[in-house]
Structure formats: C-alpha cells, structure tokens
Design a protein. Structure first.
Length: 115
C-alpha cells in the first residue's frame, strides 16, 4: 500500500476509534459499543502492521483483546463474545512472530491470556 494511502487509512481509523470511544463512554453498559472500540483497535493494529510498526500494532491488538475478554466475562453465554475473544490472540501472535518473539507468540500475546 502506498505510504500516503496508508497514512490516510490510519487517520480514518483513528477518527473512527475516537468516535467509537466516545460512544462507548457515553453508553458503558452497551456491549456493542464496547465491541466497536475493540474493532477500532484491531483495525488500527492492521494499519500499523502494514507500516512496519509491530510493537505499536501488538499494543493495539492487546487493547482489543482486553475489551473482548471483559465482554466475554461479563456475558458468558454469548457465543459471539467467546468466539471473538478466542480469535483475537492470533493477531498478536502473528505480530510477535514477525518481530522474532517466538516464545511469546506461542501464547498469542506478550503476557499469558486467561479465560
């Protein structure tokens, strides 16, 4: 992806994140609003990977995972929530492999994930 398009994409995802974060703060009991923030972090992580900013991408993916983990704990009967929380560590693991952190990649995060 061209550098200009990558920067434009990053800016748009950041704008989306800021809007979603405000909506989530205004509606703290809304699982959908919280999940939307998680999606924004994941999208920002994707752009950061494309830009070669692996550590920043890992941090965004982990922020996304933390939100999904809380949603899964708060809604243990949600199949969608459990699916999301179990799928998210793969992105973190991919970044850790690309960054040469193979031992951490086995866990899919820089710290152990607890379900």
């Amino acid at each position: 992806m061209a550098a200009g398009k990558l920067e434009e994409g990053a800016q748009r995802y950041e704008q989306s994140y800021q809007l979603r974060e405000k909506l989530a703060k205004d509606n703290p009991s809304s699982a959908d609003a919280q999940r939307d923030v998680s999606v924004s972090f994941s999208k920002l992580g994707n752009v950061l990977v494309a830009a070669g900013k692996l550590e920043e991408a890992r941090q965004r993916y982990e922020q996304s995972h933390q939100i999904l983990e809380k949603l899964a704990k708060d809604n243990p009967g949600s199949a969608d929530g459990l699916r999301d929380v179990k799928r998210q560590p793969q992105q973190v693991g991919d970044v850790l492999v690309a960054d040469g952190k193979l031992e951490n990649a086995r866990h899919g995060t820089s710290s152990p994930i607890r379900f």
